[in-house]
Design a protein around this ligand. Structure first.
Ligand code: PLP
Length: 393
């Protein structure tokens, strides 16, 4: 059975070009980039190149790029550094829909005496900037808001939010793990102080990420050890991973237009056709302000996990809620924060596409989904009680 992979916000396949670039660094060019000999030195040179490739994708300077192990590490390092470099300040502002890499860290920090404000979102998943402005106090050390939401794809106005934070002298970090490679990002002309990204979301391998730290921003390292990354992140470099990520960033730059034309077109087709064919279904999240690859669709009165199981039987991979929270039958914290009714939130599926998806795959999903939902609704007492007749969309 062929796999139709529509779960690219969970992770992506490593691009062939990326794998090919990485392979020699396991068995042939395995030197330590910090070594004095040229065998290691040549790896150091390749890491410099990867740093330039990554910087170019987000309009940064190479020295503003710090390689880490993942998006979670980058988020943790950014927020912890903001607190360490401003020890007199004890207040953090995030949103209610942040990824656990930020949200769980902040819950942990709240047990250590920090005050955490979680900004609410409206029914479209957007934050209110006026509310952000009102929540900033002289005690606020850092604001951390995600650029693109992993479940709905909704984009936050992070540049405007960073400007507001700066007006009050507050640092601004963004978790751009889902945004990088999907929308244009230019750190050269925005005020954001720190940005996190993750390799495995953009066709590089798992186990490598980046923290962008704007030149001049005070930084206190999370991993203290050797002199690597100009003492901003100790530990022998994941050389193959870093070199692969550099190549993936170069490819992502080239594919950016395709993401915003071809991938968007396929996503829109999928959404349009499913809504047309399946009664009582709806899209979650602001339609205009979204990543081009993400569709979060609710099918009322059915259970997301049951939908996924039947999709799985046909080789179709997607997620219900976020991949990190599946396993619990609680609807996702993102949909709950948006006030999506329980009967809708329970039956929500996230389809996330990539440049590797084809029209034929999307057509297959469009053909199969109505039958899946119908089959489950036939078994659903809630659907029967609701009278089956009303048509929401
Ligand atoms: N932030 C967001 C928005 C994510 O979607 C994810 C992963 O799903 C992460 C952070 C964590 O990234 P990583 O898996 O590289 O730790």
């Amino acid at each position: 059975m062929k796999t139709i992979y529509l779960d690219n916000n969970a992770t992506t396949r490593v691009a062939d070009e990326v794998l090919e670039t990485m392979l020699p660094y396991f068995t042939q060019l395995y030197g330590n980039p910090s070594s004095m000999h040229s065998f290691g030195g040549q790896v150091g040179q390749k890491i410099r190149e990867a740093r330039e490739q990554a910087a170019a994708l987000i309009g940064a300077a190479p020295e503003e790029i710090v390689f880490t192990s993942c998006g979670t590490e980058s988020d943790n390092a950014a927020i912890r550094s903001a607190l360490q470099t401003r020890p007199d300040k004890k207040h953090i502002i995030i949103s209610r829909v942040e990824h656990p890499a930020v949200r769980a860290l902040c819950s942990h920090l709240s047990l250590q005496g920090y005050k955490v404000t979680e900004l609410p979102v409206d029914r479209n998943g957007l934050v209110d900037l006026e509310n952000l402005e009102n929540q900033l106090t002289p005690d606020t050390a850092v604001v951390s808001l995600m650029w693109g939401n992993n479940e709905t794809g909704v984009l936050f106005p992070v540049e405007a939010a960073a400007r507001l934070a700066h007006e009050k002298g507050v640092l601004f970090h963004t978790d751009a793990v889902q945004a990088v490679g999907k929308i244009p990002i230019n750190m050269a002309n925005n005020p954001i102080d720190m940005l996190s990204l993750s390799g495995h979301k953009l066709h590089a391998p798992k186990g490598v990420g980046i923290l962008f730290i704007r030149r001049g921003t005070k930084f206190s390292p999370y991993l203290i050890g050797g002199h690597q990354e100009h003492e901003r992140r100790g530990g022998t470099e994941n050389t193959a991973g870093i070199i692969g990520l550099g190549r993936a960033c170069e490819l992502a730059g080239r594919n950016l237009e395709k993401e915003n034309t071809e991938v968007r077109r396929l996503r829109d087709k999928l959404e349009r056709e499913l809504l047309k064919k399946i009664p009582q279904s709806r899209v979650n999240g602001d339609i205009e302000n979204r990543l081009p690859n993400t569709a979060n669709i609710s099918f009322e009165y059915v259970e997301g996990e049951a939908i996924l199981l039947l999709m799985n039987e046909l080789g179709i991979c997607a997620s219900s809620g976020s991949a990190c929270t599946s396993g619990s039958l609680q609807p996702s914290h993102v949909l709950r924060a948006m006030g999506v009714p329980f009967t809708m939130a329970h039956g929500s599926i996230r389809f996330s596409l990539s440049v590797y998806n084809t029209e034929a795959e999307v057509d297959f999903v469009i053909e199969k989904m109505p039958g899946i939902i119908e089959r489950l609704r036939e078994m659903s007492p809630f659907w029967k009680q609701a009278g089956q007749s009303c048509n929401v969309q």
